[in-house]
Design a protein around this ligand. Sequence first.
Ligand SMILES: [Zn+2]
Length: 219
Amino acid sequence: MTARLCAVFHCGSPAASDYSPYCRRHKSTLRRHGATGQRGIAKAELAPYLARVEARIAKNPDSEAWSLMEGTWTTIIAEANATANRRVGNRYERSAANEIAAIALDCTPGEVIRTVLAMVLFWHDQPRRFASDEALRVQIARRVRALSQRHVGLRYDHRTGQQVRVYREMTPKAAGILGRKLMIAFGAIGLHLAALDDRDRKAAQEAKQRLATAISQLS
Ligand SMILES: [Zn+2]
């Protein structure tokens, strides 16, 4: 039993071990979400941002941007497959490469790209929802990985005699690496889409204001 308290302000729980600055709960949150104060981004929370990305794509169906981005993702997959097959090298890089290879088997490039762009819009609109840059990268990686079912396994429960679904967590390092790759590839494009949305919103407000002014001046 250690006499230290969790380093999170106002937590008050004992540290998980002599080597951990955090209690069990905060240690686990840090591992899963990239920061002790980070809550996971739920699919429903991301939905409005995904809709905005889809609207932008629908507005520009012939833009080469979408297929070029798919090409970027395809390159990331090819690099991941090469890394995953290498016997030597950084094990965290290999673990991230395995995650990418698994995601690629289940998801279309379009799904992955739309999810990353939607996460960047989310971050642009609600930066305080992300506890740190690392937490943002981890949340992006988690939302993209959730597109695939490969991390959901089945376990036999001897007590009930039934199969139960278990979620295999991504390692924190692999999540950080995957998130970083996705941000490098698509982060700037996501911020550009956010700026376009801001511009459109402002133009709509101005048009509304002009109409209100014009109506108030009717004789
Ligand atoms: Zn704590």
